[in-house]
Design a protein around this ligand. Structure first.
Ligand SMILES: [Zn+2]
Length: 121
């Protein structure tokens, strides 16, 4: 038989319900804390690396792009300690950069010179 949540708890001892609520609350708090920590870490990374897209200047949907195309861990401490290898790019520019890299096999330096050239037009 399938219980509705409210009906299920009617048949359970009160302490079980309290325990379960407690467990759910604690796991919520833990997830919330982890999320808050991630938000702070990201804010700090954007402070260190830059908070607007290097190509178009947008501040929306920023990605931290690893300029050498190396595979890298995406954790806070790695990016912070290799901050000079990362640049902020918005979603669209990040997609474009990866497209240029994969289709034309351009390096980051070549992509930058294309960007500089198109800005000078
Ligand atoms: Zn951009």
């Amino acid at each position: 038989m399938k219980y509705k949540r409210s009906e299920y708890w009617k048949d359970q001892p009160k302490s079980d319900r309290a325990k379960s609520m407690n467990k759910r609350f604690n796991s919520y708090i833990q997830k919330r804390k982890a999320r808050d920590k991630k938000v702070l870490e990201r804010e700090n990374l954007l402070k260190v690396i830059g908070d607007k897209c290097l190509i178009c200047g947008s501040k929306k949907r920023l990605f931290l792009h690893e300029v050498y195309g190396k595979k890298h861990p995406s954790d806070y401490s790695y990016i912070l300690s290799h901050a000079k290898d990362f640049v902020p790019l918005c979603y669209k520019c990040h997609m474009s950069v990866h497209w240029l890299m994969s289709v034309f096999k351009l390096s980051w330096i070549q992509i930058l010179s294309v960007v500089e050239y198109s800005k000078s037009l």
